[in-house]
Design a protein around this ligand. Structure first.
Ligand code: SAM
Length: 241
């Protein structure tokens, strides 16, 4: 079986000899957009079983079937890093989710802070962006995009063994970095366009597991800050070095 260039995320369990039914959207993508036909190769992953090579067994307008062959890659989990961010305008929130999936977040947690404008998010749409990002970047894991939660509630129930990289715009230009940090369970926190309130800042600074960091001398947009913070963390503590 030729090694596939096209990758598709499926919910279905994957294993040698499995038949994977395709829904209408998947059939449209493979057969309408990518012009595949019976016998062509597709790489499948489901976020749990690694990547498997498959062949088109049946191709139709409203569905189809893929026959699973050999496994081509094991599941590669990203580090245990949550990206917590305050949703901003739709397109930029989509961007944050997409980049977090590419950059190796384990979980993506939209949070409501004092100055967050968004009252709700479309969790299903954001989850689809995370899946698309994984398909594109060759990942075998798809981070969960959680429902919008109040930051205060998350902090009330914070797990003892998880560190928090608090990206504090009030530290812009300071030398506060992730130096000397340790531990393998982390979360990054990025605030909204309006930044953090003084009450939030005081609470976050007090937390024993929290480390306030600067992302340089300039004030970054929240989407830029999310990418910068994940890059810093991955380089210092993640799976990039
Ligand atoms: N309205 C805020 C202000 O003018 O200070 C800016 C908030 S910024 C658009 C959104 C988030 O990005 C901040 O809450 C923070 O988490 C992060 N951020 C942006 N620039 C940063 C910096 N230089 N250092 C640390 N965090 C930064």
């Amino acid at each position: 079986m030729a090694t596939a260039k096209i990758r598709l995320y499926v919910e279905h369990p994957l294993g040698q000899g499995q038949s994977v039914p395709l829904n209408r959207d998947q059939a449209h993508y493979l057969f309408g957009v990518m012009r595949l036909s019976v016998g062509d190769a597709v790489a499948l992953f489901n976020g749990r079983d690694g990547e498997w090579q498959a062949e088109v067994a049946e191709a139709g307008k409203r569905g189809g079937v893929l026959a699973v062959g050999a496994q081509s890659r094991d599941l590669q989990l990203p580090p245990d890093l949550w990206l917590m961010f305050a949703p901003i305008k739709k397109a930029r929130t989509d961007f944050i989710v997409e980049k977090a999936a590419e950059l190796g977040a384990r979980c993506i947690c939209p949070v409501q802070t004092n100055f967050t404008n968004a009252e709700r998010i479309r969790q299903d749409r954001l989850q689809a962006h995370a899946i698309e990002a994984a398909e594109q970047c060759g990942g075998t894991f798809v981070p969960e995009v959680r429902e919008l939660q109040k930051l205060s509630r998350l902090l009330d129930d914070w797990p003892d063994d998880r560190h928090l990289m608090f990206c504090d715009e009030a530290l812009a230009g300071a030398a506060e970095a992730l130096n000397g940090a340790g531990g393998d369970k982390w979360a990054i926190l990025i605030g909204p366009e309006g930044g953090f309130s003084e009450v939030e800042r005081a609470r976050l600074r007090e937390l024993p597991y929290s480390q306030a960091v600067s992302l340089g001398p300039r004030i970054l947009r929240a989407d830029t800050a999310a990418v910068a913070a994940m890059t810093l963390w991955q380089q210092a503590l993640g799976d990039w070095s």
